[in-house]
Structures are given as C-alpha cells and as structure tokens.
Design a binder for this molecule. Structure first.
Ligand code: FMN
Length: 366
C-alpha cells in the first residue's frame, strides 16, 4: 500500500517538475538571461525523478513495450469501469496505439514550431503602438513643435546628495597605493564573469570600486568618475555586501561626498537577490552586488523630456567604470539587467518612482 502511495507521489512530483522546468525555461528565455538556477535545479530534479520512475516501473515498462509492439496492450482493467459494464470502443483501444504516437509527434512538432517561430518578444508591424520605449524616444526628440506640446514646468532641483542622517556610517579607505592595468589592457581583458571563488573582497578593493564608479575625482566643483549630463549626478549606488573583510553582510548606501557608506540594513540578502534576478546564481557567489538606482528629478528639472535618456546612459557609464576597475583589480564582474524591479527596489528601500533601480552589477574574487 505504502509503495503505491509513494509511486503516485513520485508520478505527481514528476508532472509538477515537468511543468516547473517548462515554465522556468520560458521565463529565462523571455528575460533573455544566459542561466537561471531555477531552471537548472528543476531540470536536474526532472532527470532524477524520470530515472527513478523508469527504474521503479522497469518490469511493467518492458512488459508493456513488448505487448505494444505485438499490438496487444490494453488499458488496465481498473480503468475501464465497473465489472460487467459494457466497455466503450475507445476504452478497448491499445495505450500505445498509432493515435498515441501521432499525438506525441504532433505535440513535439507544435512545441518546436512555437519555440522557433512564436513572435514572443518580437515587435508587430507598428512598434510605436506597443513599445512605450519607442514612443518615448519619438516624444523626447527636440523640435519646435515639441516645445509647445510639453509641460513648461518640470519641478525644482532636489539635493545632489542623498542623506541617511541616522544610519551608522562606515569610512572607506582613502587614497590607495595601487597600480592596476593600463586602461587598454583592462578594456581588452574585460569580460562578464559569473563564477566567483567566494573569497572575500578587502575593504580597500570595495573602496576603489566605488571611487572608480562614482567617486569624487575633482573636489573643487565637485566632479565625479563618471560623466553626467549637467554634472547633476542622478545615480545612487547601494552595495549589497555578501563577503567583504571588516564589513557585516547587508545593504549599504554609497556617500560620494565623504567617500563612506551608510548602513541601511544588516543581514544576508543573497536569497532575496536570487529571487529578484530570476535565479541568476552569480549573486550567490558574488562578494558584493551593486544596485544602481536613479533619482530622476535630479536630471529632470533641467533636461525635462530628455532626462530619462540621460539617466539610463549615465547608468551605463557607471557600470562600465565598475567593470574596468574590477578587471584591473583581478576581480570578476557581470552586469544584470534582467531583474524584478519591485523586489530590488524593496530590498534597497526605494519607492520605485522618485527613485528606482536601473541596473545591477555583481562582483567577486576569481
Ligand atoms: C544592459 C545589459 C544587461 C545585461 N544583463 C545581463 C543579465 O541579466 N544576466 C547576465 O548573465 N548577463 C547580462 N549582461 C551581460 C551580457 O550577457 C554580456 O555583456 C554579453 O554576453 C557580452 O559578454 P562580455 O560582457 O563578456 O563581453 C548584460 C549586459 C548588459 C550591457
């Protein structure tokens, strides 16, 4: 009895995992991510369950296959109704009939055709009607007509720096006596690396990464490491620390003004990151995961409808600086654009409107 229940549980689990493998595969395909640990784990579970299923059912399977090829296999008696009842013609038909093979073939071909030619993520003929990005791009083009059709007042200028007055502050090491690669070498060597050794970063390495990304490099104005339209610096960096010497795991906020960190919240956020990035497991091995957000109004008050373009461009500048600095330090880095915004915004305590996550960069030792 227990064996039958166990067998049924395995069969149900197998069906569930088949569905999960399909759904996670479609999700990874839709998000365009090279690897998702959710898909990998369900695929391995599927394999193990399928093998288990075949082993436990091996004698029946062999018997059925033998009978099937002799054209004698029929539905089990329990499936055909109460004893003595007249069986409908269909119930007498063999399980491995030609119809079954034909349906399986059609299902396989249909799956292939859907996967190969389904216009998922592809634009129909009038892209402006469905792609808000393109509509925005057209709308934000400068022109005399545009001046009259857009608002005149875009609000005031917010402060250049975000403050967390009550957050515990962590000082970062200042000038580092470090000579890395020539920029040409760093550009040549830069790659998106998703596997890390798990060795912690030093605080000095984190300091150099942050300074290279968005630190103040010309204090008299002050100007920073990445270019910014109108020197308005709309971006903020939230290092989510997994393994950095002398720093507790948690979410921090970078303060370019005095090159230090605000402690937003301590704790292990690896699972949150894994869920928020649809199972991209590089966030588990990374020593630090940088969440880059933007406070749009910092650029909007001046550049109006062009602001959103500039803010995205600037996030790219900042991330490339992180890539090159990490390469120069001998660390691995990978950009992550595929993530669930709400979960990431919630993790770094931003509202997703005034300030929202734009980009994630994972970094770790090799
Ligand atoms: C905007 C953007 C988003 C990206 N998002 C992801 C991502 O979500 N997951 C990932 O593994 N790689 C991501 N990448 C990294 C690309 O896959 C990688 O840059 C590309 O394969 C080229 O390889 P390379 O960077 O080593 O030259 C992203 C890159 C960019 C520029």
């Amino acid at each position: 009895m227990w064996y039958r229940r166990f067998d049924l549980a395995i069969t149900l689990l197998l069906l569930l995992v088949v569905m999960a493998t399909g759904v996670t595969g479609l999700m990874a395909d839709y998000l365009g991510i090279p690897r998702s640990v959710f898909h990998r784990y369900s695929a391995y579970s599927l394999l193990v369950l399928a093998i288990w299923h075949i082993i436990t059912r091996w004698p029946q399977l062999c018997a059925r296959l033998k009978s099937a090829f002799r054209g004698r296999i029929h539905r089990p008696v329990s499936a055909v109704g109460p004893a003595g009842a007249r069986l409908p013609e269909r119930a007498k038909s063999p399980i491995l009939s030609r119809r079954v093979f034909l349906s399986a073939g059609i299902a396989g071909v249909a799956g292939f055709v859907l996967g190969r030619w389904l216009p998922l993520g592809r634009l129909p003929l009038q892209p402006e009607e469905v792609d808000l990005g393109l509509a925005y791009h057209q709308w934000s083009k400068p022109g005399m007509g545009g001046i009259l059709s857009k608002p005149f007042q875009w609000g005031g200028q917010p402060p250049l720096y975000k403050e967390y007055p009550s957050a515990p502050r962590v000082a970062l090491p200042g000038e580092l006596q470090y000579r890395g690669l020539y920029v040409e070498e760093a550009i040549q060597k830069r790659r998106s690396i998703r596997d890390y050794s798990g060795r912690p970063l030093s605080l000095a390495q984190l300091s150099l990464l942050l300074r290279s990304a968005y630190g103040i490099t010309e204090p008299s104005y002050p100007l920073r490491a990445s270019p910014s339209a109108g020197a308005l610096y709309p971006l903020e960096i939230y290092p989510v620390v997994n393994r950095v010497e002398g720093l507790a795991s948690g979410v921090y906020h970078y303060r370019p003004a005095d090159h230090s960190l605000d402690t937003i919240k301590e704790g292990d956020f690896r699972t949150t990151l894994l869920m928020a990035t649809a199972g991209q497991d590089m966030v588990l091995g990374a020593s630090v995961v940088f969440v880059i957000t933007a406070i749009f109004q910092r650029t909007r008050w001046k550049y109006q409808e062009r602001a959103y373009r500039y803010v995205l461009l600037e996030a790219g500048h900042l991330a490339e600086n992180l890539y090159l600095a990490a390469t120069s330090l001998g660390l691995g880095t990978c950009a992550i654009g595929a993530f669930f915004d709400n979960e990431v915004n919630q993790m770094v305590n931003v509202d997703g409107k005034e300030e929202a996550a734009l980009y994630i960069v994972s970094t770790g030792s090799l």
